[in-house]
Ligand binder design. Structure first.
Ligand SMILES: Cc1cc2nc3c(=O)[nH]c(=O)nc-3n(C[C@H](O)[C@H](O)[C@H](O)COP(=O)(O)O)c2cc1C
Length: 177
């Protein structure tokens, strides 16, 4: 498979990046895996003009980092979303990317499955509830297979995740897909 991982933390080398890397380690022997970080591509928010629905190639009028992400999504079989929890949601940077999928361009995508990697400072399992609900609704809406989730609470400072079992869970998830 071609697996695209979208990582949503603006903090380079933080807990989200470490979790995504662990997944890549597990998956890379059998799949072609590419990570795109929100740090690599500046993506503006969707402004809801809907002009992409009538424009040639359904291109967005905004010529920004989404151009590359659309091209990678069009090649991907599986998408992995990795994010820190920011106020019970995914990061705003990642949400901008997701919102820009409100376009007929997505009809050309061949993505069949999703996985979710999350980190949060809180140790309460409920810190992930809102994102999980959104994830499940998206799975249902697009009829996608859920390949799995790794939820890592109790990590705040950069490097907190280093000795956590969830890194192994992400590695095994990568192996299993
Ligand atoms: C803007 C912002 C909002 C946050 N909101 C939450 C939150 O609602 N719940 C929580 O447990 N942690 C919250 N955090 C903490 C991060 O989820 C946590 O530090 C995480 O490990 C950061 O991941 P990173 O190292 O990949 O950047 C927030 C951090 C930031 C910067």
């Amino acid at each position: 498979m071609k697996i695209l991982i979208l990582t949503g933390s603006p903090r380079k080398g933080g807990n989200t990046d470490a979790l995504a890397k662990a997944f890549v380690e597990g998956a890379k022997d059998r799949h072609r895996v590419k990570i795109i970080s929100v740090n690599d591509c500046k993506v503006n928010p969707c402004i809801g003009c809907n002009t992409c629905f009538s424009r040639e190639n359904n291109d967005c009028f905004q010529n920004d980092g989404m151009r590359e992400i659309y091209a990678e999504l069009a090649k991907a079989d599986m998408l992995v979303v990795a994010s820190p929890v920011y106020f019970y949601g995914i990061s705003a940077q990642l949400k901008c990317i997701i919102d820009r999928l409100h376009t007929p361009k997505r009809n050309a995508f061949g993505i069949k499955s999703l996985a979710l990697l999350l980190v949060a400072a809180s140790s309460k399992p409920s810190v992930f509830d809102a994102i999980i609900k959104q994830y499940e609704l998206i799975l249902e809406y697009f009829d996608l297979e859920d390949k799995g989730r790794v939820l890592t609470g109790g990590v705040n400072a950069k490097g907190d995740i280093a000795d956590r079992e969830e890194l192994n869970q992400a590695y095994l998830l990568g192996k299993s897909v």
